[in-house]
Design a binder for this molecule. Structure first.
Ligand code: GTP
Ligand code: MG
Length: 226
């Protein structure tokens, strides 16, 4: 069952009338991003030949917020204070391919059955999505590298998929503390092939250009060797 299409605000504001403004297309490779579809099961996800990058991470880490900021849109992906808000795979079309906003993992208060379904959906997506070219793994800078996060990194390395880590909510820590976490996570990754890490803040607009460049590289990269 596919969710009905969502109504969206226009990407570009009418001058003098407030609303959402998109940066000029030449400065943002994700300007003009469009919501394509939501799905609760892999079978509902259309086969796609265009390269895809998935946004993964713990529930409430800030996946949807990061996606919105990268695309220069306020409400492309739904953001919520309630953990577990993104329960479906949401697919977006961008100039260089597709971005997928995945449901968050590791939220303890989710009923067991539902959390099993989510786990299965994420697992199947990661295993079977043929056009998947890389992951953006989002972690709250205050709680990095949870066991789930570590599994995700190991899985990406095992599959030969690049994994770019965003240590987000950097606005919640001092400059020094966030820098120390960045260095510690870099050390913990121990030169894992294809892995990179950066600081990010959605409201602080920190690390946006670095992340955009990395995601474009992932979308344009060569397919992983099986
Ligand atoms: N201070 C701060 N808050 C953030 C940042 N990114 C996200 N948030 C907040 O964190 C909460 C969760 O953000 P979402 O983007 O919905 O997180 P998510 O990972 O998509 O969550 P699920 O869809 O539930 O898995 C919201 O209240 C956001 O406003 C950030 O960089 N800094
Ligand atoms: Mg979300």
């Amino acid at each position: 069952m596919t969710n009905p299409p969502r109504r969206r605000r226009p990407a570009t504001a009418v001058p003098g009338h407030g609303g959402v403004t998109s940066p000029p297309p030449e400065s943002n490779p994700f300007a003009g991003a469009e919501f394509l579809l939501s799905c609760a099961r892999m079978a509902q996800l259309p086969r796609d030949v265009l390269p895809e990058v998935a946004f993964v991470g713990r529930s409430n880490a800030g996946k949807s917020s990061a996606l919105n900021v990268l695309c220069g849109r306020n409400a492309l992906a739904r953001v919520s204070k309630t953990p577990g808000r993104t329960q479906l795979i949401n697919l977006f079309a961008v100039r260089d391919g597709r971005l997928a906003d995945l449901p968050g993992y590791g939220y303890a208060k989710v009923p067991k059955d539902l959390s099993r379904d989510w786990g299965r959906l994420i697992g199947e997506y990661l295993e079977k999505r043929e056009n998947l070219r890389g992951l953006v793994l989002i972690m709250d800078v205050r709680h990095p590298l949870t066991p789930f996060d570590q599994q995700m990194v190991e899985w990406a390395v095992h599959r030969g998929l690049p994994c770019h880590i965003l240590l987000t909510k950097a606005d919640k820590l001092s400059f020094g503390a966030s820098k120390n976490t960045l260095l510690a996570v870099g050390r913990a990754l121990n030169d894992a092939p294809g892995c990179s890490v950066q600081l990010f803040s959605a409201p602080g607009r920190k690390g946006i250009e670095e992340c955009r460049s990395r995601v474009v590289e992932l979308l344009r990269g060569t397919p992983p060797v099986e």
